[in-house]
Design a protein around this ligand. Structure first.
Ligand code: ATP
Length: 243
């Protein structure tokens, strides 16, 4: 009995001892205030506050046309918007246009229909590392690990044009992962996938958070929305609800 009590106390102490570390890990990563996107006269959304914590996963839901993809593309620097203030990793990012280099390195957007170069799977995954000046031997090792992670090692030399939709999505995730993004923006990663292909993509997403990224996933997929530990954001009538 005393052993049980002792182990319970120990467990509680261990948990408390871990608490500051956990809090430390969940610091604010991205904080945006006053984010407005217009298409001509149409105000697509007007977001007061968007906050993303480190090492956290979010789903972004909303009706078709609510602006989910647009919001991810704005955060990824692929579209312009009006932004009153933006903090990233504790720093004020004053000049959002042009999109700051630090954000470009730290935030990676993965398109619903990834565009892959007509080279090989391995070259596609390593491309960003080559651009960032990694030595070929390092690129090879990182790409090999990423292909194993994504379950595409057997496709290393394949022309991406010959891949299925699920394989393409996994290659795109591996290509993003090797860049070790602080924030990963996934646009409907499981749309148009079913069966094993969908399950394989679903299984990769939590491991990206484990590896240190925060992830925001625009989706309608119930299984993604219900993944344990995932926080919910919803675009509704041009406003963002944190749920
Ligand atoms: N360049 C543009 N000019 C005008 N309107 C645009 C432009 N790009 C997107 N839109 C409109 O903005 C709205 C939001 O589009 P977006 O793709 O962000 O929505 P979504 O929530 O991702 O939708 P879905 O769930 O269908 O993918 C849509 O009504 C779309 O037609």
């Amino acid at each position: 009995m005393s052993i049980v009590i002792h182990s319970q106390i120990t467990a509680a102490v261990v948990e408390n001892a871990d608490a500051p570390q956990r809090d430390e890990r969940r610091k604010a990563l991205l904080g945006v205030r006053g984010l407005r996107k217009r298409h001509g006269d149409r105000l697509l959304f007007d977001i007061d506050v968007l906050e993303i914590a480190t090492h956290s996963a979010y789903v972004l839901t909303g009706m078709n046309g609510a602006g989910k993809s647009t919001l991810l593309r704005v955060l990824g620097g692929l579209e312009r918007a009006e932004i009153d203030s933006l903090r990233f990793a504790g720093e004020d990012v004053l000049r959002v246009h042009p999109y700051p280099r630090a954000l470009r390195r730290a935030i990676v957007y993965v398109h619903q229909h990834p565009i892959l170069f007509s080279t090989s799977v391995a070259d596609n995954i390593g491309y960003g590392l080559v651009v960032r000046g990694f030595a070929p031997i390092a690129v090879e090792a990182i790409v090999e690990e990423a292909m194993a992670w994504a379950g595409v090692a057997h496709l290393a030399d394949t022309d991406p044009a010959k891949l299925s939709g699920g394989e393409k999505q996994r290659v795109a995730l591996a290509r993003a992962r090797v860049l070790q993004p602080r924030l990963l923006l996934l646009d409907e990663p499981t749309a148009n996938l079913d069966g094993a292909a969908r399950e394989q993509v679903l299984a990769l997403i939590p491991t990206m958070v484990d590896a240190g990224s925060s992830v925001v996933i625009a989706c309608h997929d119930r299984d993604l929305i219900n993944l344990p530990g995932v926080q919910r954001l919803k675009l509704r009538d041009g406003h963002l609800e944190h749920r």
